[in-house]
Write a protein that binds this ligand. Structure first.
Ligand code: KG4
Ligand code: ZN
Length: 336
């Protein structure tokens, strides 16, 4: 079974071909980071135009890399939400046209379900069901109970900024450009995480929600007084900030595992690429004895292989979308 995945929900134009839901034959991601960097963040209109310019060449390269003919495909899977509406429209209309021209089935995929499915790609042992998923990206921070493929329960979510958003906003305050997450991760590697005392949001509360806006404000207030640090002090600041975010994510994940009686944690979304988070979770897993499953960094950030993986699973379960498939910028993971 060969499934083409197409992903254009934000600022990556991506296509991938996955065989039998697990084996990645081709995986192409055209990042728009350089296009948006001068604006300090993703400009939706610019993203849409860039997707229009890039999507067909990206698909051509994907098909060439996989060494298949378009006619060999069994289905075309595409992200239909959540995300930027104009960006989503480019992928969805391209996928529909392709499915129509080839006479192949179309499968609409939820971007968040795609992130959850990334862990099933490749040869590593997949996580057992049920498991807990920590989804941390630019738009979402959530703890999700995954009982079986497609059956999810939202246990906690962010009340304000998503984890990746906090990284990006603080990166901007520190003059590190866009996106801040990667730059903070790199600088934090050489910094002292105890150098700057920053607040941990909701430390005493017994819920599973996140809040990162207080931390962001604490950073802004501090920088307004002290100015932006440089050299070693900048590395220390990044390490301290990263640890403040990671502490909260690890603490809430542990709490959720215990509360739900789960023994496996899947971590996904762009922030799952963060080395500090990966190391802290590995230590927690050793201490508490739970199974930890994190995709390689390039499958944590947005990509189309994860969309093809989820599309394959949906296709096998009989899901087909009509050629009237609409985009939904606010598509929830599981309808309540
Ligand atoms: O999953 P993703 O690629 O896109 C969304 O669906 O949002 O996540 C992007 C987010 C950005 O906020 C970016 O700064 C963050 O993931 N990110 C990281 C790292 N790599 C990407 N944050 C911290 N450390 C990283 N290494
Ligand atoms: Zn994403």
């Amino acid at each position: 079974m060969l499934v083409l995945g197409i992903e254009t929900s934000c600022d990556e134009t991506a296509a991938a071909i996955v065989e039998d839901g697990r084996r990645v034959l081709a995986d192409v991601v055209a990042s728009q980071i350089l296009v948006h960097a001068p604006y300090g963040g993703v400009v939706p209109e610019v993203a849409s135009r860039q997707h229009v310019a890039t999507i067909v060449p990206v698909i051509q390269r994907t098909v060439a890399d996989a060494g298949i003919a378009l006619g060999d495909l069994d289905a075309v899977a595409v992200t239909c939400g959540p995300g930027l509406v104009g960006a989503l429209l480019v992928g969805v209309e391209t996928a529909k046209s392709l499915a129509f021209a080839l006479g192949k089935p179309l499968v609409g995929v939820n971007h968040l379900a795609g992130h959850l499915a990334a862990i099933f790609l490749g040869d590593d042992e997949p996580p057992p069901f049920p498991h807990l998923a920590l989804l941390v990206s630019g738009g979402h921070s959530a703890l999700i109970r995954v009982d079986e493929p497609g059956k999810t329960l939202l246990l906690g979510a962010t009340r304000d900024d998503a984890a990746g958003e906090a990284f990006d906003k603080v990166g901007k305050l520190l003059g590190l450009g866009y996106p801040g997450g990667v730059a903070i991760d790199r600088l934090a590697a050489t910094g002292n995480p105890r150098a700057v005392d920053l607040p941990r949001a909701l430390p005493a509360r017994d819920d599973l929600d996140f809040s990162f806006s207080g931390l962001k404000t604490a950073v802004a207030t501090r920088l307004a007084k002290t100015g932006v640090p440089e050299g070693e002090a900048l590395a220390d600041f990044c390490a301290s900030f990263q640890t403040a975010v990671v502490d909260v994510l690890v603490r809430k994940s542990r709490r959720a595992l215990v509360r739900e009686g789960l023994a496996a944690l899947v971590v996904c979304g762009g922030v799952a690429a963060n080395r500090g988070l990966r190391a802290a979770l590995a230590e927690a897993a050793r201490e508490d004895g739970f199974g930890l499953f994190i995709p390689p960094p390039k499958r944590c950030t947005d990509n189309a292989a994860m969309i093809a993986a989820e599309g394959s699973a949906l296709f096998l379960r009989g899901k087909r979308s009509g050629l009237d498939l609409a985009v939904d910028p606010g598509l929830p993971l599981s309808p309540s």
